[in-house]
Ligand binder design. Structure first.
Ligand code: FAD
Length: 448
């Protein structure tokens, strides 16, 4: 990796033409390069990654890596065994005193520090043939007849056949091409504090508390077992879902402390003064543009799962999908990338989005939602519920397409009926209300 603030800064106008320029050296950018170099090893030396910051850099994050992401990293031969991490074996979904805690049944999920994770990926991309320039910000880009031109902060001009926008939630690449994001942008607060390694929670568990809607926040608080800069045990905690505007910070903090009261074992570890780090997040929506001619967006330029805020799965899947599209385009000369959106809909992250979004849509911010009741309902041993299915897919034990199966929806309907026996009467009542409303505004037959 080279740092443009040193030797590269004196190069002046750069005339080398690349096949692909990736703007952003976070996980989505590095993984796109790694997938490209795996699919087309001959692209070594023809992929340029421009990264604005010096690495390793901090990224505000929970650091939770799901089994689905691990599977993708394994396909690329990424040595995650060398990464400082805490392996987690279950997640627990809380609503006040209610808990549902399915086990993953494997060792694939872990929590890590993003500075280490992102550095590992970027260094590997460089080792495997990508040209990486850290400390080099892309200032703008435009399409020319035969490709893309990118201007960097050192006054260099880079040319390529394809541009990949991997510049994260605050990145500008979408705006350079007039394709603004359509997903909701929300504010998150994250904090680390010392963890008692002997305490039962959150020892090997991703704890997610969905009581936040009770305090007016359409998100959740999390408590993950993690490690600090010196390898010491810490709790990585935070709260998601605040509207992205002034005043959110205070409301999020208040909601976090209110939720903390339901977790006395964790509250006991919290020091007197917590310094929260605010950072935004953008939700994925299938209704937005993910590509234009010669341009593809990956990672948080595509979005995160709006239910759990999981972004690394979107990074992994969009990186693979983008690399496959680019490899095909380089073979055929067709750079329209029309198939990319379809590839994303078929990617492993999408079924979890599909189920999680259902929860978000009817989450009324005031009470445990219908979906939550249904999902956490006690069952006889061996009978799964929605959260069990969710955990199996999240941890990589089950293919996400199970959510499209008749078996899953049969179970969901059965649970709806059991959780809320009158639900079909409510639907019927709503229909007759709508009929009455329509009747009141439109003339009855024969009245004209
Ligand atoms: C508080 C919080 C907690 C989260 N927890 C989790 C979690 O536990 N698990 C999970 O899966 N996801 C989590 N996420 C989401 C996850 O962090 C993101 O989805 C992920 O970082 C997106 O990766 P990325 O590579 O797209 O973007 P980033 O990681 O943001 O990387 C983008 C890179 O682009 C660079 N860049 C920007 N502009 C330019 C430019 N003009 N030129 C050159 N470089 C540029 C930036 O410096 C940056 O390094 C969390 C997010 C937040 C905010």
């Amino acid at each position: 990796m080279s740092d443009s603030k040193g030797q590269e800064a004196v190069r002046g106008a750069d005339t080398k033409r690349y096949k692909v320029i990736v703007v952003g050296g976070g996980p989505s950018g590095s993984l796109t390069a790694l997938w490209l170099l795996r699919l087309r090893p001959e692209l070594a030396g023809c992929v340029l990654i421009l990264e604005a910051r010096g690495f390793p850099r901090e990224k505000v994050c929970g650091g939770g890596v799901s089994g689905r992401v691990t599977a993708s990293l394994e396909k690329l031969g990424i040595p995650i065994e060398d990464l400082p991490k805490v392996t987690v074996s279950k997640f627990s979904v809380h609503f006040e005193r209610e808990i549902c805690s399915p086990s993953f049944g494997n060792e694939k999920c872990f929590v890590t520090r993003r500075s280490d994770f992102d550095r590992l990926l970027l260094e590997l991309a460089a080792e495997r043939g990508a040209e990486v320039r850290t400390g080099t910000s892309a200032k703008g880009a435009y399409r020319e007849r035969q490709g893309i031109v990118v201007l960097d902060g050192q006054g260099n001009t880079h040319r390529a056949d394809v541009l990949v926008g991997a510049d994260g939630v605050n990145g500008a690449s979408r705006h350079w091409f007039g394709a603004p994001h359509r997903g909701r942008k929300s504010l998150l607060l994250q904090v680390d504090f010392p963890r008692d390694p002997d305490a039962a929670a959150p020892r090997d568990c991703l704890m997610m508390d969905f009581s936040a809607p009770k305090y007016g926040i359409p998100g959740y608080a999390w408590f993950f077992p993690s490690i600090g800069d010196r390898g010491e045990p810490v709790v990585n905690a935070g709260i998601s879902g605040g509207p992205f505007h002034r005043g959110s910070y205070i409301r999020l903090k208040e909601a976090f402390f209110a939720i903390l009261r339901h977790h006395p074992e964790i509250e006991a570890m919290v020091p007197g003064n917590l310094r929260f780090k605010p950072y935004p997040e953008r939700e994925y929506t299938p209704l937005q543009r993910v590509s234009l001619e010669r341009v593809l967006f990956v990672g948080e330029q595509v979005g995160v799962d709006p239910f759990t805020g999981e972004g690394l799965a979107v990074c992994a899947d969009s990186a693979e999908a983008a690399a496959r599209e680019i490899a095909e385009a380089l073979d055929t000369g067709d750079f329209s990338f029309r198939g990319y959106a379809r590839r994303l809909l078929a990617a492993p992250f999408f079924p979890l989005y599909f189920v999680g979004k259902t929860y978000c849509l009817q989450n009324n911010h005031l009470q445990p939602s219908f979906f939550f009741n249904m999902a956490t309902m006690e069952k006889s041993a061996g009978v799964p519920n929605v959260v069990d299915y969710y955990a199996s897919v999240f941890s990589g034990n089950m293919d996400g397409r199970v959510f499209y199966s008749a078996g899953f929806w049969g179970m969901a309907l059965r649970d709806m009926a059991a959780t809320f026996p009158g639900w079909w009467r409510e639907v019927g009542g709503l229909a007759s209300l709508l009929r009455r409303r329509c009747g009141a505004t439109s003339p009855a037959p024969g009245e004209e």
